[in-house]
Design a protein around this ligand. Structure first.
Ligand code: MTE
Length: 322
């Protein structure tokens, strides 16, 4: 089967139709200016933080450089939904569990270990990791393998910009990511059924694609813990489980890394996990999805509506891209 490439006009438009609430958030975002840096620097994403921290003036350093709206004229899902309906198994397996329990995650101090096939490995503090990057807002569709979806305005920076700083060598064919695993901060993790820490990976060219994004906030605010504070991957053309939360380790590898869901059930979850309505999950159809907040199901788009990534998979069998 060939990968179907839709004309860009079919799914990409530069305009989105935000909800009134979202317009208010846009104003907040504009007023924030450097505010995100303040929220990050003051650790508002930590245990004491409310789910919706207020914008505050920043000491300087970071700013939101640009916005790019790539959700194809769709309505942004309300923050109240995306911050209370989550998958973060370390904090419970029900959708409401992470919002109830992730307050125990301490997001400061936080550092990320960068290892493997690169010239500049090291452990880098969160501030040093984020500070060189101008934050931009990306409005992305997010399609879970369980066939529900949301549209989220993320705040962050291109993953490629981060990875290039560590100078991957020619042997770096893949990038592996790991989430924090701390049973004390994640007491429910013992019931997750997963072999933790949560692990994910991308081929290096996927990781370097301009759509691959490192999110540190959403809706103009710092990321809530349940959404993966203080930084998470956001890969919009893949099923949601590729978008690993609360990253503490990045490793450049020569071989395809182990990934959590493929390890748990290889017959159901693959390494690529590209959204493809033509390839069903063994137990349910992937042809349609339920956008949270909507009554009727909608058709799922190939690559979740980001056809510009199709060349990454030229010559590969889409059946193997699950
Ligand atoms: N990352 C970690 N560490 N643990 C998880 O359980 N769940 C994944 C992904 N990242 C998960 C994770 C799945 S299945 C999905 S659909 C998305 O996070 C959900 O992201 P959201 O809660 O921000 O919508």
């Amino acid at each position: 089967m060939l990968i179907r490439i839709l004309p860009p006009s079919a799914v990409i438009s530069s305009e989105i139709t935000p909800e009134p609430t979202y317009y208010r958030r846009r104003d907040i975002l504009a007023r924030m200016g450097l505010g995100t840096a303040a929220l990050l620097a003051s650790g508002c994403g930590d245990a004491a933080a409310p789910a919706t921290p207020a914008a505050a003036p920043a000491p300087g350093g970071l700013k939101i450089a640009k916005r790019s709206e790539r959700a194809g004229g769709e309505t942004v899902t309300p923050f109240e939904t995306t911050s209370t309906y989550n998958n973060y198994y370390e904090f419970g397996t029900d959708k409401g569990d992470p919002a109830r329990n992730a307050h125990s995650l301490r997001t400061r101090p936080w550092s990320v270990a960068v290892e493997g096939e690169c010239e500049a490995p090291g452990r880098i503090d969160l501030d040093a990791l984020i500070r060189p990057h101008a934050l931009e807002e990306r409005i992305y569709r997010h399609r879970c393998v369980e066939a529900w979806s949301i549209v989220v305005p993320w705040l962050g920076f291109p993953l490629a910009d981060l990875l290039k700083r560590f100078k991957p060598t020619s042997k770096a064919k893949y990038v592996a990511f790991e989430t924090l695993y701390d049973k004390e901060q994640m007491p429910l993790s013992r019931w997750s059924g997963l072999d933790l820490p949560y692990k994910e990976g991308l081929r290096i060219d996927e990781a370097m694609h301009p759509l691959s994004f490192m999110s540190v906030g959403m809706y103009g605010k710092v990321l809530p813990n349940q959404n993966g504070a203080p930084l998470r991957l956001t890969i919009p053309w893949k099923y949601g489980y590729k978008s690993i939360k609360s990253v503490v380790r990045i490793r450049f590898t020569e071989r395809e890394p182990v990934t959590t869901w493929k390890q748990m059930a290889p017959q159901e979850y693959g390494f690529y996990s590209n959204v493809d309505p033509a390839v069903d999950h063994p137990r349910w159809s992937q042809a349609t999805e339920r956008r949270l907040g909507e009554l009727f199901k909608r058709k799922t788009l190939p690559f979740n509506g980001y056809p510009e990534v199709a060349p990454l998979y030229a010559g590969l069998d889409p059946k193997k891209l699950y």
